[in-house]
Design a protein around this ligand. Structure first.
Ligand code: S3P
Length: 408
């Protein structure tokens, strides 16, 4: 029996926006309400760090109330702040805490302690902060002295990163002007949009957090691949900086139609996806930037598309929760894909029949989701080493698939 996906579904709240909304409402004065915030391991890590910094939160099923203490209201933590697996928590909180008048230490799990912090910390150090990293320039991050009044606030990182940019904007809230960050390709602008909405310094607010496009992506991919599928995805974020995957899929011949669009501090709306036959395309670095977390899914789709797909501008995948460039390449190759790695991406020839086998996720949530999607298109049984990591961003992923999946 060939399964297909059908029905209506609203993805969980956007992860990037939830981290930012939690942080900015903590340093706003008064009570903020966050509606439809993501309740997953990564965002809980940010919430727990903020609690250790003296912020009170009331977690309800429909909303989170954050009792903000104002720009200078955070308290010195009595313990090490554990960001678990979450890069966004570590980078953004490093920026925020580098501007506080107390010392703090941030760390995370084994994967997070491998991820680069050097470039961000060297900017904060050039602003007068005293911050110590491990010898590999990774967490633990020991913040000993805050940033002073830097003269130069023009920054260009070696690659565009929304996490680095947001960290500097958060630190910049404590300076007399915000830093100017130049990017080769614009990274997601959720921090800028929230600051525009909440003001500088941030004021308490009631915020609705749209659904996460990155969690909608595996459903979009699977509905495209399984003949006879038709899914309406409701109230999903439509920020242009995040829509790369939708444009890529549409270019490949995918049937995705945005059927409703609303604009608040972030755009959001509904889309309908139907199954389609795919053709290969050239994914440029600019497109990759807007689909960075979805590029492994693009590779899987490319194995089922007619022709040779080239993906460029994907080097930063090496520094995610796992080395996603290598893991995508090795795993898809192992199960029969015709895939090559290039200096900054992939070349994939399709269509190919994928086989089963046992695969490692390296405890990376997006890789576990990718291989769970692949399970539906492999001819043999594909076994995943673990799927617990999925709870970092999308705890109800399996439940969602079971609900939308119809056996023909
Ligand atoms: C994120 C930015 C991206 C993305 C990550 C979330 C954010 O990372 O991969 O999952 O919330 O700002 P980089 O900023 O390192 O590219």
């Amino acid at each position: 029996m060939v399964p297909r996906l059908r029905g209506n579904w609203s993805p969980p709240g956007d992860k990037s926006m939830t981290h930012r909304a939690l942080i900015l409402s903590s340093i706003a004065e008064g009570r903020s309400h966050l509606y439809h915030a993501l309740n997953a391991q990564d965002t809980l890590a940010t919430a727990s760090c903020l609690r250790s910094l003296g912020i009170k939160m009331e977690m309800g099923s429909q909303k989170i109330a954050v009792i903000g203490q104002g720009l200078c209201g955070l308290k010195e933590p009595s313990r090490i702040l554990d960001c678990k697996n979450s890069g966004t928590s570590l980078r953004l909180l490093t920026g925020l805490l580098s501007a506080q008048k107390f010392e703090s230490i941030l760390t995370g799990d084994a994967s997070l302690r491998k991820r680069p912090m050097g470039e961000l910390v060297s900017v904060l150090t050039s602003w007068g902060a005293s911050i110590q990293l491990s010898s590999r320039k990774t967490a633990p991050v020991k913040i000993k002295k805050p940033i002073q009044k830097p003269k130069l606030l023009k920054i260009k990182f070696s690659y565009s990163s929304a996490q680095y940019k947001s960290a500097l904007l958060l630190a910049g809230l404590y300076l007399d002007r915000l830093p100017q960050i130049t990017e080769t390709f614009s990274s997601r602008d959720h921090t800028e949009r929230l600051l525009k909405r909440m003001g500088i310094p941030p004021r308490a607010d009631n915020l609705y957090i749209p659904g996460d496009l990155s969690s909608a992506a595996p459903i979009l991919a699977l509905a495209t691949l399984l003949p006879g599928s038709n899914v309406k995805i409701q109230q999903v974020g439509l920020n242009p900086g995040r829509l790369g995957f939708v444009s890529i899929l549409q270019k490949m011949g995918g049937h995705i139609e945005i059927t409703k669009q609303e604009e608040d501090y972030e755009p959001w709306g509904d889309m309908v996806v139907q199954s389609a036959r795919l053709k290969a395309i050239h994914v440029t670095p600019e497109m990759s930037m807007r689909a960075i977390d979805e590029l492994p899914l693009v590779c899987l789709l490319a194995t089922q598309a007619e022709g040779v797909t080239r993906v460029e501008g994907a080097s930063s995948l090496r520094f995610k929760e796992s080395n996603r460039l290598q893991l995508t390449y090795l795993t898809l190759k192992k199960i029969g894909a015709k895939i090559q790695v290039t200096p900054d991406g992939f070349r994939i020839s399709g269509p190919t029949r994928l086989s089963g086998g046992k695969v490692s996720t390296q405890k990376d949530h997006r890789m576990a989701i990718l291989f769970s999607v692949a399970q539906y298109v492999t001819s043999g049984d594909l076994k995943l080493e673990e799927t617990r990591s999925i709870a970092n961003s999308f705890p109800d992923f399996k439940k969602t698939l079971n609900r939308l999946c119809e056996k023909n």
